[in-house]
Write a protein that binds this ligand. Structure first.
Ligand SMILES: C[S@@+](CC[C@H](N)C(=O)[O-])C[C@H]1O[C@@H](n2cnc3c(N)ncnc32)[C@H](O)[C@@H]1O
Length: 375
């Protein structure tokens, strides 16, 4: 019997994530606001957690009901048969998103949901689940919107962008899921060279390499939420992991480069590559942008230069963006370049005509992903 799932994604990436989920075998895929609805069985749920590169979390929808106030919430939660999902021996946590006019304090909402569940358990078993906000056995997600409440189980546990290969990060790292989305938007395929000349801790080259070698991003994680559920099918999960390992490629047809003028972040990038066993497939070198030369006649270059919000000073950065534009124009003929920028004035300093602009949020920063065909 197929179940209803919801993949949470960054705003602006819904359609792209829907494509990815369809490729992984999801059915009835519908992009929504900051997420994608889809259907499938338990195998698909495990498979999506293991393979999807764009979503943050995969939620399993349990119930939706009208909910205006605390009493509606308590009653609605109590109507579910919680023993199907957790008995008192299992720990729990409640995450809440959204609000209604009368339920606008997430902490209170979570408390009310927890009370409704443990009161039901006490009545049934004379015992209750303990709360563990960090690593619960079962993480419950409650979303309030327009006087409706959607109750789900969080099958991912911690956010899927935490691949588990990156203990070391630079000053302003991209989230892995956003890096994977930018690579997908660029339509890069592994038969083209890939380069990021401002790579920081290496997120873009690392994600490109994982994609090129067909490595499942979930293979590096310690644990997924569903692994501590009562219905966890360990043999199915082990078989999917083994299948994923068997599908990994050992060679890339074209090389991947990452460089940055800061040798410390290049060292971090190398450590990260080592952690996910792809150090032999990426060239990470400390090089200043002004010394960069294209290693091949054509390829895809993606970078996110500093844009003042988090790194550097917006005014001083104008010259840097002009230099980036000149280097792309003069040295990278035959390449296609993409720049993720969170500052319009700075993007204009690049001085090249973009052939495509995509609006994307980098965390809370509204950005543009600009495409430049260089010839
Ligand atoms: C926004 S960060 C990139 C973060 C990276 N995408 C990641 O995920 O870690 C911008 C990077 O540009 C680098 N950078 C700034 N000026 C540079 C220059 N002149 N040459 C090379 N790298 C430079 C910084 O060291 C920084 O790591």
């Amino acid at each position: 019997m197929p179940r209803q799932y919801f993949a949470t994604v960054a705003r602006g990436l819904e359609s792209l994530a829907a494509q990815e989920l369809e490729e992984l075998g999801a059915e009835s895929v519908e992009p929504g606001f900051c997420g994608v609805e889809f259907k499938g069985d338990r195998k698909l749920l495990y498979q999506v957690n293991l393979w999807a590169r764009l979503p943050f979390r995969i939620l399993v929808r349990l119930e939706e009901f009208a909910c205006r106030d605390a009493e509606d919430l308590y009653q609605g939660i109590q109507r579910l048969s919680w023993q199907d999902y957790l008995t008192p021996g299992y720990t729990l946590a409640v995450d809440t998103t959204g609000k209604t006019q009368r339920l606008n304090h997430s902490h209170f909402t979570a408390l009310q949901v927890k009370n409704a569940i443990v009161d039901q358990q006490r009545q049934q078993f004379g015992a209750r689940s303990h709360i563990d906000t960090q690593t619960p056995d079962v993480r419950i997600n409650v979303h309030l919107h327009r006087d409706r409440c959607v109750v789900s189980l969080d099958s991912s546990g911690s956010s899927l962008h935490r691949r588990g290969y990156r203990p070391a990060v630079g000053a302003a790292p991209l989230k892995e899921s956003l890096a994977a989305a930018l690579i997908r938007l660029s339509e890069w395929q592994s038969d083209l060279a890939f380069m990021d000349p401002l790579c920081g801790s290496g997120t873009l080259p690392l994600e490109a390499c994982l994609q090129g070698l067909n490595m499942a991003p979930g293979l590096f994680r310690q644990q997924f939420g569903f692994e501590t559920w009562p219905d966890f099918e360990a043999p199915l999960w082990q078989a999917l992991q083994a299948e994923a390992k068997a599908q990994q490629l050992t060679q890339l047809p074209m090389p991947i480069w990452g460089s940055d003028y800061n040798p410390d972040v290049i060292e971090q990038a190398r450590q990260n590559a080592h952690k996910c066993r792809i150090a032999d497939h990426i060239w990470f070198e400390p090089i200043d942008l002004q010394d960069i030369v294209p290693p091949t006649d054509c390829g895809i270059l993606i970078c996110n230069p500093p844009y003042g919000e988090r790194l550097g000073n917006a005014q001083a950065l104008g010259g840097f963006y002009r230099q980036l534009g000149q280097i792309l124009k003069q040295r990278f003929k035959g390449w296609t370049a993409f720049v993720l920028s969170g500052n319009k004035a700075l993007s204009q300093s690049i001085g090249l005509k973009s052939s495509q602009r995509t609006a994307i949020n980098n965390g809370s920063i509204p950005c543009q992903f600009l495409k430049y065909e260089l010839y």
